[in-house]
Design a protein. Structure first.
Length: 114
């Protein structure tokens, strides 16, 4: 079955960087677009970024444009999210998701605080 395992979260100071990783299994990874979502306490889950099957096209939420970069390695069934210039409002649990599947991973917590 589809499995998504996120990692790489942690505590970082404002202005710092983190790189999140999502390991996917149970489906043909290279055949599906992938996305990163986040959910902060008391807020709805929101789309952060997505990437096409081959990695040739990406889209970002306005709030993260120019700071976050999504990428994928189809040989390793992995999707990454490089997060730079982090702000306190970026704090959330981050999830990856494969298009057309309803499965969510456990998420990885990102805390941005001094």
């Amino acid at each position: 079955q589809v499995q998504l395992v996120e990692s790489g979260g942690g505590l970082v100071q404002p202005g710092g960087s983190l790189r999140l990783s999502c390991a996917a299994s149970g489906f043909t990874f290279s055949s599906y677009a992938m996305s990163w979502y986040r959910q902060a306490p008391g807020k709805e889950r929101e789309l952060v970024a997505d990437i096409t099957r081959g990695g040739g096209s990406t889209n970002y939420a306005d709030s993260v444009k120019g700071r976050f970069t999504i990428s994928r390695d189809n040989a390793k069934n992995t999707v990454l999210l490089q997060m730079n210039s982090l702000k306190p409002e970026d704090a959330a649990v981050y999830y990856c998701k494969a298009s057309r599947f309803r499965t969510w991973g456990q998420g990885t917590q990102v805390t941005v605080s001094s």
